[in-house]
Design a protein around this ligand. Structure first.
Ligand SMILES: [Zn+2]
Ligand SMILES: [Zn+2]
Length: 146
């Protein structure tokens, strides 16, 4: 009987949490340093996604591309496993699991959930070994290779 309850609860997680991330406070570093305390709203995240795809977003956004959109938001050219692990945590938080790809609204919410909490890498002087190129070539831990 407890197992049944557990399964039911898990299936409810995505629909419950996903819309909430847009209203949750940004508790980490500031994603924008222009000094105006810009909010990372859904239209803003969508603009960052357009940097990757152009005007028309695909119906589903790959997990690797979610990482690239996060890099765009934070203006990072290089990242480390701590960054990709934090994106993975955000995916679990929003979607309940890490998948190969997500519907656009879920993908944008993952970028938001990540950015709400991202506070930089805790490793001192971490430079990051990964660039956009070797992420999409399948160096992330959960990648199946594209
Ligand atoms: Zn700003
Ligand atoms: Zn690092």
């Amino acid at each position: 009987m407890p197992m049944l309850t557990c399964t039911q609860t898990r299936s409810l997680i995505p629909t419950r949490i996903m819309p909430k991330v847009w209203a949750e406070p940004e508790t980490g570093s500031r994603w924008c340093d222009c000094g105006k305390h810009c909010q990372l709203t859904k239209p803003v995240v969508r603009e960052f996604a357009r940097d990757l795809y152009g005007l028309h977003l695909p119906e589903r956004i790959a997990h690797e591309d979610v990482i690239l959109i996060c890099m765009n938001v934070w203006h990072y050219a290089r990242i480390c496993p701590f960054f990709t692990m934090s994106v993975a945590d955000a995916a679990v938080y929003v979607n309940g699991s890490i998948e190969d790809d997500y519907p656009v609204n879920v993908a944008l919410a993952i970028v938001k959930a990540f950015s709400n909490k991202w506070n930089g890498c805790p490793v001192e002087n971490c430079r990051g070994d990964w660039t956009a190129d070797n992420i999409t070539n399948g160096d992330t831990a959960d990648s199946e290779g594209r």
